[in-house]
Design a protein around this ligand. Structure first.
Ligand SMILES: [Zn+2]
Length: 166
């Protein structure tokens, strides 16, 4: 069932990247269970394909790096608010964390983080509803130029769920 769903989603989206190639992830939120996560990747948000997962949490919840890697960019955007772009060690994928209330102290561009390190605290900065703080989490496969702002989005849902207790 799940397999068929994924295949269809990939079939519909030209140039879809197989999420199964992603490295193993660590949960970005401690204590998160598989049943807490909904696949919001294919939803339309504010007129755009969402291409990310929204994980509902309370404000100030620590956000953990999902893989070992490097903080490539800290960026304040109108939609995403405080955001982090993290490249994995192989520099194949960019992990994007948005609507952050604040960054972890001392986190800077170029900082190397281990999977599970606290990198930020969740919130509702940017265009998130202030009454519904959440972590907006996305993954892009980097192109040959390894630009942090580009890349090909892929649905991390199955890989995230694998990392979580049921
Ligand atoms: Zn979102």
């Amino acid at each position: 069932m799940i397999r068929a769903g994924l295949a269809l989603a990939c079939f519909a989206a030209l140039g879809c990247v197989a999420a199964t190639a992603l490295p193993r992830l660590v949960s970005p939120i401690k204590g998160l269970k598989a049943s807490d996560v909904r696949d919001t990747y294919n939803e339309i948000h504010n007129g755009h394909p969402h291409e990310a997962l929204d994980i509902m949490v309370s404000r100030g919840t620590p956000v953990h790096a999902v893989v070992s890697g490097t903080v490539r960019k800290l960026f304040l955007s109108k939609a995403g608010g405080n955001t982090i772009y993290e490249f994995d060690d192989a520099q194949e994928y960019c992990f994007y964390y948005a609507h952050l209330d604040r960054y972890a102290p001392d986190l800077k561009e170029g900082t190397h983080v281990r999977a599970g390190d606290v990198i930020a605290f969740a919130g509702s900065t940017g265009n998130a509803d202030a009454t519904a703080p959440h972590l907006h989490f996305a993954v892009n496969k980097l192109g040959p130029g390894q630009e942090w702002w580009k890349g090909e989005p892929l649905d991390p849902f199955s890989k995230l769920v694998e990392a979580l207790p049921q």
